[in-house]
Design a binder for this molecule. Structure first.
Ligand code: 2PG
Ligand code: MG
Length: 460
């Protein structure tokens, strides 16, 4: 089905910063809408988010140039294109931009169109978005799913028939279904306490999360229930201690009364146990240091310890001590985004026992992920669509990880909209985990709700 028109408008994200919303209109009248998020602790190798930098317009944060780029150049290039040709459409935009980091048109402009095109194509084929993403991810050239739906109408019937793709199905999209899969809901890693740029620097560590043990929970619904119980128990503990219960950018608590990075770990452990769950057995803890944010001149400067300067070696020792003394299973962005040797050393030392996640280190960028694989720097990658700027490149990044035994964790950004595209991305790519924030704030809940919805759809 051909694209008839594309319209961009400026809307606001959850931090009240402008972002882009795109409406794609197809010749058959189908309309789809998508919007893009924005990071706060952004990596320096991310694709460029185009902002106007006009101090009189949203303190420089308006995105009217990016909106204009969509409404003129991108629309001109894409009207009349087959919406199901996701790869071709993304390629047209990449070429039109012509830069390595999408600084010409803006990654926000390009990605918003890329996502809205995918959603329109899914609708046009009467597929759920996660099903369509699966097809795109597994097809070489075409993103059509020809015979799969013929004679069938209605979401229910289609899901009955197609949520498990048949290994033997013969269609011209044979490649698309070569890796037949049972869709599953990835394991949610949910942040409970935040610091760093997301939480007034109450800790140096940006995020403290809990991770359900896969063997202990039979489905996503029971996991999210348990997470919410622990979250609310933590709130009660904070109230009892007369700590503040305000939340940061991603809905996690950021009590200014916290005395150290370690106290956050202690509080989470208390909350898990008080909620009647067992540490290690039912839940483990994940830590995202977002360390590039406090890295200076080869050292890490800890605000929570009166700006104490620690060397990379000391910092690594501290982290390994935490990992050994607390029920931690996951460590993200422990080192600076250029400190490759430290990453390799850490993974070499404890990568067999811990999930070592690269976020700012690799920025969903194929070249950087390949380097991380070559240098054995990580065993997991945080995947963020807007770090790279198109759906196609994101799917390639995920595939590169999966082909090399690297776990993929689909992640939100600190500035989100209510768009739940990433929930479908996580299911459609069979990713290992999702990171969607605390079970609080509408823009985070939108993603959890979509996972609940998908879980229900898959039961039918
Ligand atoms: C991160 C992300 C999401 P931001 O560091 O993992 O939590 O933060 O969107 O601010 O880059
Ligand atoms: Mg991170």
């Amino acid at each position: 089905m051909k694209i008839k028109n594309i319209q961009a408008t400026q809307i606001l994200d959850s931090n009240a910063n402008p972002t882009i919303q795109i409406t794609v209109i197809l010749e058959n009248g189908i309309i789809s809408i998508a919007s893009v998020p924005s990071g706060t602790s952004t990596g320096k190798y991310e694709a460029l988010e185009l902002r106007d930098n006009d101090p009189n317009n949203f303190q420089g944060r308006s995105v009217l140039k990016a909106v204009e780029n969509v409404n003129t150049k991108i629309t001109q290039a894409l009207v009349g294109q087959n919406v199901e040709n996701q790869k071709g459409i993304d390629e047209i935009m990449i070429n039109l931009d012509g830069t390595e980091n999408k600084s010409n048109l803006g990654a926000n402009a390009i990605l918003s169109v890329s996502l809205s095109v995918a959603r329109a194509a899914a609708k046009s084929q009467n597929l759920e978005l996660f099903e369509y993403i699966y097809v795109v991810a597994n097809s070489e050239t075409t993103t059509r799913l020809p015979e799969l739906r013929s004679g069938v109408s209605g979401q229910e019937q289609s899901l009955k028939d197609h949520h498990v793709f048949d290994r033997e199905a013969q269609t011209e999209s044979a490649n698309a279904r070569e890796a037949a899969t049972n869709f599953k809901i990835p394991n949610p890693l949910s942040v409970l306490i935040c610091g760093g740029k997301h939480g007034n620097w109450v800790t140096d560590i940006q995020e403290y999360s809990i991770i359900p043990n896969l063997e202990k929970f039979s489905n996503f619904n029971s996991k999210i229930q348990a997470i919410i119980k622990i979250y609310k128990t933590l709130e009660t503990i904070l109230e009892e201690k007369k700590y503040s219960t305000g939340v940061g950018f991603e809905g996690a608590f950021c009590p200014k009364e916290l005395k150290s990075n370690e106290e956050a770990l202690d509080l989470i452990m208390q909350a898990v146990e008080k909620a009647d769950y067992k540490l290690n057995e039912d839940f483990t803890i994940g830590v995202d240091a977002a360390a590039s944010e406090f890295y200076q001149n080869n050292n890490y400067v800890l605000k929570s310890e009166n700006n104490k300067v620690v060397s990379a070696t000391e910092w690594q020792q501290k982290i390994i001590a935490w990992a050994n003394n607390y029920p931690i299973s996951l460590l993200e962005d422990i080192f600076d985004q250029d400190a490759w040797q430290n990453w390799s050393d850490l993974t070499n030392a404890i990568g067999n026992r811990f999930i070592i996640v690269g976020d700012d280190l690799v920025t969903t960028n194929l070249k950087r992920i390949q380097k991380a694989i070559d240098e054995k720097a990580i065993n997991s990658v945080l995947i963020k669509l807007n770090q790279i700027g198109t759906l196609t490149e994101t799917l390639e990044a995920i595939k590169l990880c999966q082909n090399n035994n690297i776990k993929t964790i689909i992640s939100h950004r600190s500035g989100e909209t209510n768009d739940s595209f990433i929930a479908d991305l996580a299911v459609g790519t069979n990713s290992d985990m999702v990171k969607f924030g605390a079970p609080n704030r509408g823009e985070r809940i939108a993603k959890y709700n979509r996972l609940l919805e998908i879980e229900n759809l898959l039961k039918k």
